[in-house]
Design a protein around this ligand. Structure first.
Ligand code: C5P
Length: 224
């Protein structure tokens, strides 16, 4: 069987990462969370007071950033490292979610991240989730999935995830963030969130995680 690239895009909090990790784990593929890369950049910019409308300052900051992942294939568990430090917990916090779409829209940031993502997927055998993976990072990906779900369902799932990390965020606040991010991600100039023509659209509102995984695995097997 040949190794393929599986691109999973979609709106915020539709279950992309959970599905992608499990699919990668079951196929023995690597998993790349492209959203975590933009979140790590956002954390770095926040910590270092980078002025985002100064392209020179932005480019200098990007050069100082090294992002890596530790994907535990057996446990389907991924951790993000920023300059050697585990930032997995920090990048999921609300203050990062509130800034990330502004940072990810900066052309210098996108150019750099997209180039890193292409390198990470060059050898195939990769599942990558994000917003522009099937449309821009890997337009030739053998399998493209686009996920969507009802807003309330998404907010409830995200609230449960945050609660597991001891963060209690009210549903309206989460919904506001999801709507704002979807809008900014869809309307930005560079690599906006779009549905690729050749993507399989999956509405996860009434699907369980095992059902989502099963569906993607079935499609993947057909493409191998
Ligand atoms: O996937 P996650 O919700 O963690 O992504 C956080 C943010 O990163 C998105 O809202 C979007 O602004 C940005 N992003 C992006 N392109 C990707 C993945 C994420 O612009 N491929």
């Amino acid at each position: 069987m040949r190794k393929i690239v599986i691109a999973i895009d979609g709106f915020s909090a539709c279950g992309k990462s959970s599905t992608a990790k499990e699919v990668a784990s079951q196929l023995g593929y690597s998993y790349i969370d492209s959203g975590a890369m933009y979140r790590a950049v956002t954390l770095y910019f926040h910590q270092n007071y980078v002025t985002i409308d100064n392209p020179k300052e932005v480019s200098k900051a990007i050069d100082e950033i090294n992002i890596s992942f530790n994907f535990n294939e057996r446990k389907a568990f991924s951790e993000t490292y920023l300059n050697g430090l585990n930032v997995e917990g920090e990048i999921r916090k609300m203050y990062i979610s509130e800034q990330v779409s502004r940072i990810s829209a900066i052309p210098e940031v996108r150019k750099n991240m997209v180039s890193q993502q292409r390198k990470l997927g060059k050898k195939k055998g990769v599942v990558m989730d994000g917003r522009d993976i099937g449309s821009n990072v890997f337009p030739d990906a053998e399998l493209k999935i686009f996920m969507k779900a009802d807003l309330t369902v998404r907010a409830e799932r995200r609230q449960a995830e945050l609660l597991e990390k001891d963060q209690l965020i009210p549903i309206p606040e989460i919904e506001k963030n999801l709507v704002a991010r979807d809008k900014m991600d869809s309307e930005r100039e560079e690599n906006p969130l779009i549905i690729p023509d050749d993507a399989y659209i999956v509405d996860t509102s009434e699907l369980t995680l095992p059902e989502q995984v099963e569906y993607v695995l079935q499609l993947a097997t057909e493409k191998m």
